[in-house]
Design a protein around this ligand. Structure first.
Ligand code: NAD
Length: 313
């Protein structure tokens, strides 16, 4: 998305001189960002896109080996890693503190960390989602603590850091990765669906409150992307993760291909394959000044699935 292009077209039509764009315009030049869950999957794509577009990025994750390796690969000057379980407030506070200490400020928070959760299938039904009658309260709590409370804690500490800048009117952008399961039912386990609906609501509330300080709050809601989360879920008949809070078993190229094929089969938009880079592009737009008047929005990246009557059940 290049808003400048639209303005330039209008200027050209009006006979005015068209401003020349700097050759190497980077969309997050000079900005500092935190990406939670940035060690792999969609988060990794977001980290790479942000760094490529000029941001200095702190990866906040619980997978220390993957997070440190990614930060090292992208270069210590523009990317670093901090261990942070987003469901633990002290970790979130520390991650924001490390970011400000290292890079001097915080402009963008991307709440991407998330878990699908496990859910026992209703016996003998062959249904895709587990039954409400077999709901595990502890697992429900775990998923909401990561997906919803984790994002809320991120917003809290990011907002504090952003408000401290320029005497309390510093601006900033908070982008959370929700899901089509935050818009529709039947897209995942009950706890996951509840957590993502709550995240979309939280985004709207925070946008209302923080707007007066120039802080924008939005979310991106992807359809299926063949990350370890999705591949792992399908290994288990869409009943969720196999290891509590841990890294899933490695995902093979063959499994990714199969998962992409399944997503393509369910998609409304035929042709393209939804990839992590597509979600990163949407997050980048919402993080950058190009979306400067957009707040409280849920940018659904689903090829039309949530607008279709024929969605998967
Ligand atoms: P993934 O499992 O491949 O990666 C998730 C990352 O988050 C990992 O690096 C993991 O270590 C980290 N993480 C997990 N728990 C954490 C915690 N408590 N604190 C900090 N980091 C933690 O998943 P993904 O598919 O890349 O998902 C990223 C986000 O996108 C999630 O919020 C997910 O709900 C959302 N999403 C994914 C899909 C999809 O199809 N993959 C669709 C819609 C939404």
């Amino acid at each position: 998305v290049t808003l400048g292009a639209t303005h330039n077209n209008a200027a050209a039509a009006a006979g005015a001189a068209v401003p020349v764009q700097p050759q190497q315009h980077r969309r997050l030049e000079g900005k500092v960002a935190i990406v939670t869950g940035g060690a792999r999957g969609i988060g990794e794509a977001i980290v790479r896109a942000f760094v490529l577009q000029g941001a200095r990025v702190v990866i906040a994750d619980i997978d220390d080996a993957a997070g440190e390796a990614l930060a090292a690969a992208l270069g210590g000057a523009c990317c670093s890693y901090v261990h942070c379980d987003v469901s633990v407030e002290a970790d979130v506070e520390r991650a924001v503190g490390c970011c400000v200490a290292r890079y001097g400020r915080l402009d963008v928070l991307c709440n991407n960390a998330g878990v699908l959760g496990r859910q026992a299938p209703p016996a003998g039904t062959g249904a895709k989602s587990g039954g409400i009658a077999s709901l595990d309260a502890a697992e429900f709590d775990r998923v909401l603590r990561v997906n919803t409370l984790g994002a809320a804690l991120g917003m809290k500490h990011a907002a504090r850091a952003m408000l401290q800048r320029r005497g309390g009117c510093g601006g900033g952008s908070i982008v959370s990765v929700a899901s089509v399961a935050g818009v529709l039912g039947g897209m995942g386990p009950h706890a996951y669906t509840a957590s993502k609906h709550a995240l979309v609501g939280l985004t709207k509330n925070a946008a209302c409150e923080l707007g007066e300080h120039g802080i924008r709050v939005n979310c991106v809601s992807p359809f299926g992307v063949a990350t370890p989360m999705l591949v792992n879920a399908w290994r288990h008949g869409n009943h969720g993760e196999d290891e509590e809070g841990g890294a899933p078993a490695p995902v093979s190229a063959e499994e990714v291909e199969k998962a992409e094929e399944m997503v393509r089969g369910m998609a409304t938009l035929k042709g393209p394959t939804l990839r992590a880079d597509d979600i990163a592009e949407a997050a980048l737009f919402l993080a950058s000044d190009e979306s400067g008047y957009i707040s409280g929005h849920n940018l659904v990246v689903d090829g039309g699935v949530t607008t279709s009557r024929n969605v998967i059940g």
